[in-house]
Design a protein around this ligand. Sequence first.
Ligand SMILES: *Cc1c(COP(=O)(O)O)cnc(C)c1O
Length: 446
Amino acid sequence: MGFNMAIKKDFRVTLSPEEIPKKWYNIAADLKNIVPPLHPGTKQPVTAKDMEPIFCKSFIKQEMSMERYIPIPTEVREKYMLLNRPSPLQRAVNLEKALKTPAKIYFKREDLSPVGSHKGNSAIAQAYLNAKDGIHTITTETGAGQWGSALALASSMFDIDCTVYMVRVSYDQKPFRRTIMETYGSKVYASPSTTTEYGRKVLAQDPKTSGSLGMAITEAIEVAVKDPNIKYSLGSVLNAVMTHQTVIGQEVMLQMDKAEIEPDYMVGCVGGGSNFSGFAFPMMRQKILKKTDCEFVAAEPKAAASFTEGEYRYDFGDTGGMTPLLKMFTLGSEFVPSPIHAGGLRYHGMSPLLSAAYDQGLLTARAYDQTETFEAGVMFAKCEGIIPAPESSHAIKAAIDLALEAKAKRKAKTIVFSLSGHGLLDLAGYEKHIGGKLSSSSRSKK
Ligand SMILES: *Cc1c(COP(=O)(O)O)cnc(C)c1O
């Protein structure tokens, strides 16, 4: 018997460090329906000056940019190597077999970053920009802890301090995330906390609140606006964050080119939209230019289904109303999602850039319940050996469904999805799922 493992030339497509992209792609240059964020008081488009109390100047410049390409500084590309960039594109051979599907399934491995997810791609960019502008401390929020871990590492790389407001439910469910952030030298508070006026107000009204990303953002911004040398940093939603993440999609395009992979579907999970946007936007440009028929599918949780249940309108990015008004798909800034384990997807809004693309019909969305996404995650783990993040399991569920639809239609479709992170720090969720104790949680009211 010959060596019968699937050593196909497309099993694992790798790139060399010199092939780390040299520029970020800004889809704002290619979308026609972009509208500016508005000042909450005057309702006029925000200016760079309006944003200066919150963000560092270099970041604001990128946030407002309409340039199609933004060069990636050498210092940032060097740090990307430490995140294991370029990351491999791998074929899910055993998952295909288990599904008995004629479809080919590939996944982009953002799980190989030392912080376990794609978030480092923007964290390193933001820590670099803040350090360059002479900022000594950055504040941020974190849901499941991935963004906090990524920014904690990036801050230590560029030698600045980092304070993290971690959503209460994750702080309790995922204590080791806090240890990771503290190991990298960051200060971590459970949010709502007693360290801010807003946090104290919320706790007085509801001492047992599980917290939310929206609340944690308000706290982190409050700390930043009080000191000119402290700035705030956000891990998703903003235009510049989507742009930073396009290193993922540019690598994927190069990899698909090298291995002659022509995708019918590109799939990703969406919380604030950054891994999916980063993964899909470079190819979406080809779609806008009518050079591909690839379909883009976003997978969201039923507990925070911004696309499938939300409205496209101006809304605040946070719960306390400190951010500019952003035009996006939203469930309302007061909305508190139920405490599902995919903490990174518990957000009321959606990236304005991705929202604009959705509004133009460039992608479709599907919403899933947490029990079915854990089932998909366990199936993927058994087949491919990688325990996926509960967030990423939404993308896996959508990819499996598309592969089964292809099977029903006897079509050999090609599906490429973003494996945004691993789930080795989400084992409490897996434990509950395996023990049959996981509630199916669809949308809940505040
Ligand atoms: C944060 C996170 C998400 C959701 O955030 P996006 O900005 O929508 O990408 C998804 N997957 C993982 C692993 C995450 O850490």
